[in-house]
Every structure is written in structure tokens, then in C-alpha cells.
Design a protein around this ligand. Structure first.
Ligand SMILES: NC(=O)c1ccc[n+]([C@@H]2O[C@H](COP(=O)([O-])OP(=O)(O)OC[C@H]3O[C@@H](n4cnc5c(N)ncnc54)[C@H](OP(=O)(O)O)[C@@H]3O)[C@@H](O)[C@H]2O)c1
Length: 163
């Protein structure tokens, strides 16, 4: 039994890497996808690839650090597909440096994207999941959130926050 067919799945961070690969796999299995990230040209290319293989996908330019973008993403998914079954909160960045380098702007960005971006997505979708009494939330954590390693102190903290 294919439990993915027909499910409406939002993926943030869908313009490359894990998000893109997940989108292509779920499309093959019959999910209806809403792909989100900042690089809309990349999203458009991925949607084209999916549709060429008879999959179903749309995209929405989204910056997960902005609550209004997260809400617009949820609204768009409902407008297109009428419901949301799953949200995959995968957008994230992984700059690497020792704490002693004091790259405090990068620390802020990691907190804004990897932690607050996940929370904004959650806040936007939860009212619908509560009212429909169903819905799955998945976030991308990392081994870095479970085990400390050099040059990843802040990254690891943000990924622990997604675990
Ligand atoms: N690669 C690894 O070894 C690894 C291991 C464990 C966990 N992870 C986690 O896996 C997730 C995906 O990473 P990846 O390896 O696939 O790297 P990636 O190819 O760089 O993908 C990161 C994705 O996040 C999106 N993104 C970044 N900032 C964003 C923002 N402000 N708003 C919306 N989207 C944003 C990027 O899209 P735009 O730039 O177009 O916005 C891109 O689609 C991350 O959460 C990462 O921490 C990665």
C-alpha cells in the first residue's frame, strides 16, 4: 500500500540538497508537493522536472526567517491543494568556524534560520493541524545536534533545537 500517494507535503529548503532529493522521491511516490526556499529559479526548475515525470508540484518563494512568508506558504498550499498533510521543515544553513573566530553574524543567521525558521513554520501550520486533528511535522536535525565536534558549536546547538 502506498501511504504517500495523494498526501500534500510542504518542504522548506527544497531548492537543493536533502530537500530537493526528498521532493523528487516523494513526487515519484505520488505526493502533491509545495516546494519552498528563497531561490525561486531553482524551485521552478525542480517543479518542471517533477511535472515532466507526471508528478504534482508547485513552489512558493519563502524566507523562513519571516513569519509572514511562512503563513503565505501555508495559505498557498491550501489554496492549491485544499489541505496540508505533512510539513518538512528542512531549511537550514551550516557555516563552519571555531567560536574564537567570532563570526557572530553567522551565529545569528543559524539561530534565525535553523531554529526560529522551524518555529515560524510550525506556528503557521499548527492551527490547521489542530483543527483537522491530523498532520505530521518533520524537521531536519543532525548528528551535530547530538555529538559535539570542532567548528560546529553553534550549528550543533541549533540542530539540537530541531531534534
Ligand atoms: N548536508 C549534511 O551533511 C547535513 C547533515 C545533517 C543535517 N543537515 C541539515 O539538512 C538540511 C538541508 O541541508 P542540505 O545539506 O540539503 O544543504 P543545502 O543544499 O544547502 O540546502 C539548504 C536549503 O535550505 C534553504 N534555505 C536556507 N536558508 C533559507 C531561508 N532563510 N529561507 C528558506 N530556505 C532557506 C536553501 O534554499 P535557498 O538558499 O534557496 O533559500 C536550501 O534549499 C539543513 O537543515 C541542514 O542543517 C545537513
Amino acid at each position: 500500500m502506498n501511504r504517500i500517494k495523494g498526501k500534500v507535503v510542504i518542504i522548506t529548503g527544497a531548492s537543493s540538497g536533502i530537500g530537493e532529493a526528498t521532493a523528487l522521491l516523494l513526487a515519484e511516490k505520488g505526493a502533491k508537493l509545495v516546494l519552498a526556499a528563497r531561490r525561486k529559479e531553482k524551485l521552478a526548475e525542480i517543479v518542471t522536472t517533477i511535472r515532466e515525470k507526471n508528478g504534482e508540484a508547485v513552489y512558493k518563494e519563502t524566507d523562513v526567517t519571516k513569519p509572514a512568508d511562512n503563513q503565505a506558504l501555508i495559505d498557498y498550499a491550501k489554496e492549491i491543494y485544499g489541505k496540508i498533510d505533512v510539513i518538512f521543515l528542512n531549511a537550514g544553513i551550516m557555516p563552519s568556524s571555531p567560536l574564537s573566530a567570532l563570526k557572530t553574524e553567522e551565529w545569528d543567521q543559524m539561530i534565525d534560520i535553523n531554529i526560529k525558521g522551524v518555529l515560524h513554520g510550525l506556528a503557521a501550520v499548527l492551527p490547521d493541524f489542530i483543527s483537522q486533528k491530523s498532520g505530521q511535522v518533520i524537521a531536519t536535525s543532525s548528528v551535530a545536534g547530538l555529538k559535539a565536534y570542532p567548528n560546529a558549536a553553534v550549528y550543533g546547538a541549533t540542530k539540537m533545537g530541531c531534534a
